[in-house]
Design a protein around this ligand. Structure first.
Ligand code: PLP
Length: 400
């Protein structure tokens, strides 16, 4: 281990500002991402996760531009790194939190309580009490027992009913665990009112990495019917929360993912189906954080087995590739080497054969210390990494 470590320790030969300028030049210059990676390798030990602020900003602006009537609440579970939250705070974003701890955290970074939604349909009494104490009054629910709990621990809270909608074709299915039957929606919202809560509207989640726009369009159609029913019964709803799910491209040559086109169709649907005074919000996670992240690893060992080269990297399934398990994600592994490619296997560093990343990557022959990197890995990666299973710590996060 120590021999490997010493080869990985790259002493910076340049001053801080020199390297900083180099990073800047190479990020903008013809070297692009690989130039950025080379510059960062001079300063930092792998594994590291580069998060580009410019891409966080670009994703936020894309969302605002193409869905101008929808207020985004960044779902911080995708990547809760403090610099990412601060970046979105500066841009004026609101936040989606799922627990008292996440709420406390975004508040501590300066988020206003009025710009937070507690978007977990199942909340502990302690967390509801905490929301009350900190005046975060906006939350979701999807069942009657939860309403009794909320009314007990936070009378007067503003509630959105999450309804069950189709998740067809989404990478991560959420409708099995969450969402009330739309047929019960009106009565559940009425029940909220009877219990002294304020029924504000509806929410849904079409599943994460939702490449099928029909899921949004159908969910909105169903929601608009509930809006109409509630209005006709004298309980007009004010807020429509269209959730997260907005997809990103994980591979360079991936077809069929076009946020702009999806947004355009969603926008039309919002215009056609809802009253002018209805407020729209969304909870993007992956779309905001995913494209900004580049994970950089190095080869710490290689062997020939099962008729192919096996390369062992210093990051794996238990750390920053945890999304391959929890997020059902596949990544495009890239190398800085060029030339003839061979069918190879990539594995993580731990003593578990489950920690295998791929058995069929077409990559050039690699040697000790060679870099393997992955783009578009900013969401559901470091967020779900273990603290250091087997003694291998997750990647250092570096904002540039
Ligand atoms: C995870 C989650 C999100 C974010 O989903 P993405 O697919 O990453 O946009 C939003 N809302 C809720 C309630 C979630 O659980």
């Amino acid at each position: 281990m120590s021999a490997v470590q010493s080869t990985l320790t790259l002493k910076p030969s340049k001053s801080k500002t020199e390297v900083k300028n180099e990073v800047k030049k190479e990020t903008n210059g013809i070297f692009g991402i690989e130039g950025l990676i080379r510059a960062m390798l001079k300063k930092h030990r792998t594994p590291f996760m580069i998060i580009r602020r410019s891409v966080l900003e670009k994703q936020y602006m894309r969302f605002r531009k193409h869905l101008p009537m929808v207020t985004p609440y960044y779902a911080i579970k995708a990547n809760p790194h403090s610099d990412i939250i601060k970046t979105f705070l500066k841009l004026g974003s609101s936040f989606d939190v799922a627990s008292g701890a996440e709420m406390k955290y975004v508040l501590s970074l300066g988020a206003s309580p009025s710009k937070i939604i507690f978007a977990n349909t199942i909340k502990s009494p302690e967390d509801i009490s905490f929301a009350r104490k900190r005046r975060v009054k906006f939350m979701t629910f999807d069942n009657e027992p939860e309403l009794y709990k909320i009314s007990k621990y936070y009378p007067g809270a503003h509630v959105l009913l999450r309804i069950k909608v189709k998740n067809s074709g989404s990478m991560v299915e959420l409708s099995l665990k969450f969402g009330a039957d739309p047929e019960h929606a009106y009565l559940l919202l009425r029940k909220a009112e009877v219990l002294g809560l304020v029924p504000m509207g509806l929410s849904f989640h079409v599943g994460s990495q939702a490449t099928n726009v029909e899921n949004y369009l159908q969910a909105l159609e169903m929601s608009s019917r509930i809006f109409t029913e509630s209005k006709e019964n004298g309980m007009p709803l004010k807020i429509m929360d269209i959730g997260g799910g907005f997809p990103i491209q994980h591979f360079d040559n991936e077809m069929g993912i076009n946020f702009e086109r999806m947004a355009c169709q969603i926008k039309q649907q919002l215009r056609n189906l809802f009253d002018k005074n209805v407020k729209f919000i969304a909870e993007p996670g992956r779309f905001f954080a995913g494209p900004a992240g580049i994970l950089v690893t190095q080869v710490i060992g290689r062997t020939f087995r099962n008729n192919k080269n096996y390369y062992y990297l210093n990051d794996g399934i238990y750390a920053d590739f945890s999304g391959m398990v929890f997020d059902h994600c596949r990544y495009e592994f890239k190398t800085l080497r060029r030339g003839q490619t061979f069918l190879s296997a990539l594995a993580g560093p731990t003593c578990d054969s489950f920690d295998t990343l791929s058995l069929n990557e077409d990559i050039p022959e690699l040697y000790l210390d060679d870099v393997v990197y992955v783009k578009n890995i900013g969401a559901y990666s470091c967020a779900s990494a273990t603290a250091g299973f087997n003694g291998f710590p997750p990647a250092k996060v570096i904002l540039v």
